[in-house]
Write a protein that binds this ligand. Structure first.
Ligand SMILES: Cc1cc2nc3c(=O)[nH]c(=O)nc-3n(C[C@H](O)[C@H](O)[C@H](O)COP(=O)(O)OP(=O)(O)OC[C@H]3O[C@@H](n4cnc5c(N)ncnc54)[C@H](O)[C@@H]3O)c2cc1C
Length: 222
């Protein structure tokens, strides 16, 4: 949006109102990119928990802060697993997230039901992302094949994540991590030294981001 406004409506303001205490991913990189690319246009305000949306008057009401009115509101509801998982009871943690056996992603509540993606209660430092959902699905698919063949599942499955963010039309930043199943703790743990974070936005990463998208779509949709 900021990229568009910069070109077509340069007097616009983009307010990012977050219920969190700070930016949860790539914080320093985003802050620097906003200052460099959109000085005075993008403003991040933490601790803004929305409690009501007045659509008619385009106004947001917050737990503590004063209401804010804007021309366009893009409101993200509180995250939770899909309705199907919540209503079926599979999302058994706070009626939001589903507990699974991490080695296979089989539900702890329902045999032969496998759950991947955002609905899964994340293992330590395991992010919710499209890349991670894809990676979990491969572990689950292999586990299903093993189950059908009467074999034991992989003892040490690995999942990974890469999340690119464009900061303008050409440049991107990324965060990446690798997670390996630990049988003793029955969960995935981050692999020390694997993964990482961009030092700075770059056009090279912009190209990588586009390549990532192409390969992800080819993997899942074609
Ligand atoms: C702004 C934004 C940016 C993001 N950027 C990235 C990124 O750069 N990289 C990355 O890896 N991830 C990114 N993510 C996260 C990523 O989009 C999610 O983690 C991912 O889509 C989760 O996949 P999922 O399959 O678990 O859920 P979803 O993608 O939500 O898919 C669930 C599907 O189930 C369907 N469904 C629901 N109920 C039913 C039903 N009863 N019957 C049939 N179908 C049903 C829904 O319509 C939906 O299509 C981003 C997310 C957001 C919001």
């Amino acid at each position: 949006m900021a990229q568009y406004f910069k070109q077509h409506k340069p007097n616009s303001k983009v307010l990012i109102l977050d219920a969190n205490e700070n930016i949860q991913s790539k914080g320093k990189l985003f802050t620097a990119a906003w200052q460099t690319n959109y000085p005075g246009m993008v403003e991040y305000r933490p601790n803004h928990r929305v409690v009501a949306v007045d659509a008619r008057n385009k106004t947001l009401h917050f737990e503590f802060e004063n209401p804010i009115t804007a021309d366009v509101l893009n409101v993200l509801p509180e995250m939770s697993g899909g309705l199907l998982a919540v209503e079926s009871g599979l999302a058994n943690l706070n009626k939001r997230w589903a507990e699974v056996h991490y080695q296979t992603f089989e539900s702890v509540l329902a045999e032969h039901v496998f759950i991947v993606g955002d609905t899964v209660q994340g293992a330590p430092k395991m992010p919710k992302s499209g890349h991670m959902a894809n990676s979990q699905a491969k572990v689950a698919a292999a586990a299903i094949v093993s189950q059908l063949a009467g074999l034991a599942p992989n003892r040490q499955p690995v999942t990974n994540n890469t999340c690119y963010s464009y900061v303008n039309a050409e440049q991107a930043i990324h965060v990446a991590s690798v997670h390996q199943y630990n049988a003793e703790q029955a969960t995935f743990l981050p692999v020390e030294g694997a993964g990482g974070l961009s030092e700075t936005p770059s056009t090279l990463e912009g190209n990588y981001a586009w390549g990532w998208a192409q390969s992800m779509w080819a993997d899942m949709l074609v």
